[in-house]
Design a protein around this ligand. Structure first.
Ligand SMILES: N[C@@H](CCC[C@H](N)C(=O)O)C(=O)O
Length: 283
């Protein structure tokens, strides 16, 4: 029987980005790709499933990020705020160090009870780190055309992002263009695809097609990748409000290179996994 059978979960969201949290700090095994897809197929839907796992060093705990298609990511901004808020509420701590595949993330309680700031680390822009399939001259505008979209900026903020600059995020059909770009041969590990409209030197409107999850109400890492790419290309300053379908996130790209993302997180409901979900899955 799956170790997840009868295990409690917490359903949360960060600006409508749906996060299912599973506490595995007792050392229980993480969901397999098959189990992750089975949970989603059961009707308990989410964009990402995030685990709480035992720390390996000085960190408070570790996390693993699983997209709804079972693939794993190195970073999830909205989900990190969710799990941080959950553990802050449990422990009373106002600062947490969270180990992840993309590095250690520092989460700090914000000025309102639902607000969390996460230090998302330092972005990478070299083509090998995105990663891209081959060298390009300038990662601020790479030679790629997807229908009417062209020359995206690319960045890695723990996961790969391509940002297409547009005049109106509603003008293009991201549902059709997103998966074509996600699977383009330029991106050997696929990519999260954004449409970004810079509306002021400190404001961006953003719509995101997420790798492994599709269209979401918000993507924290896309907001970070877009903000740093906008600043890097002279479109904005280093402090911006990024407005997604689910609401606004504040992103500050500090002079020392670190990205600070601030936004809300909320708990929706709790439950336990029905063992029937896992019948026939490879545990
Ligand atoms: N929703 C997330 C990003 C989740 C991971 C992404 N889909 C990937 O595969 O890299 C966020 O808020 O950052």
């Amino acid at each position: 029987m799956s170790a997840l059978a009868n295990r409690p979960f917490v359903k949360m969201n960060g600006l409508g980005n749906e996060i299912l949290v599973v506490d595995l700090r007792d050392g229980a095994p993480a969901p397999t790709p098959d189990e992750t897809r089975a949970i989603y197929a059961s009707g308990l839907t989410f964009d990402q499933l995030m685990t709480l796992e035992p720390p390996t060093g000085d960190e408070d705990f570790r996390t693993r990020i699983l997209n709804l298609d079972g693939s794993e990511s190195g970073a999830c901004g909205n989900g990190t705020r969710c799990i941080a808020l959950l553990v802050m509420q449990e422990t009373g701590k106002r600062r947490l160090e969270i180990g992840s595949a993309g590095g250690t993330l520092i989460a700090t309680a914000g000025s309102a009870p639902d607000l969390v700031t996460v230090d998302m680390g330092v972005p990478r822009f070299d083509w090998q780190s995105i990663p891209l399939a081959h060298e390009v001259e300038d990662t601020r505008a790479v030679p790629l055309e997807i229908g009417p979209l062209h020359n995206p900026s690319v960045a890695n903020v723990g996961n790969p992002h391509a940002i297409f600059w547009v005049d109106d995020v509603e003008e293009h059909d991201l549902l059709t263009l997103g998966p074509v770009a996600e699977f383009d041969a330029l991106f050997p590990e696929r990519a999260n695809i954004s449409l970004a409209h810079v509306t002021a030197p400190d404001a961006i409107t953003l719509k995101v097609w997420e790798r492994g999850a599709g269209l979401t109400r918000a993507c924290g890492t896309a907001a970070c990748a877009t903000a740093v790419s906008a600043a890097r290309t002279g479109r904005t300053g280093r402090s911006v409000t990024v407005t997604l379908p689910g609401g606004p996130l504040h992103v500050l790209w500090r002079e020392d290179g670190h990205i600070l993302m601030t936004g809300p997180a909320e708990t929706e409901f709790t439950g336990t996994f029905d063992p029937a979900i896992f019948a026939g899955t490879a545990a």
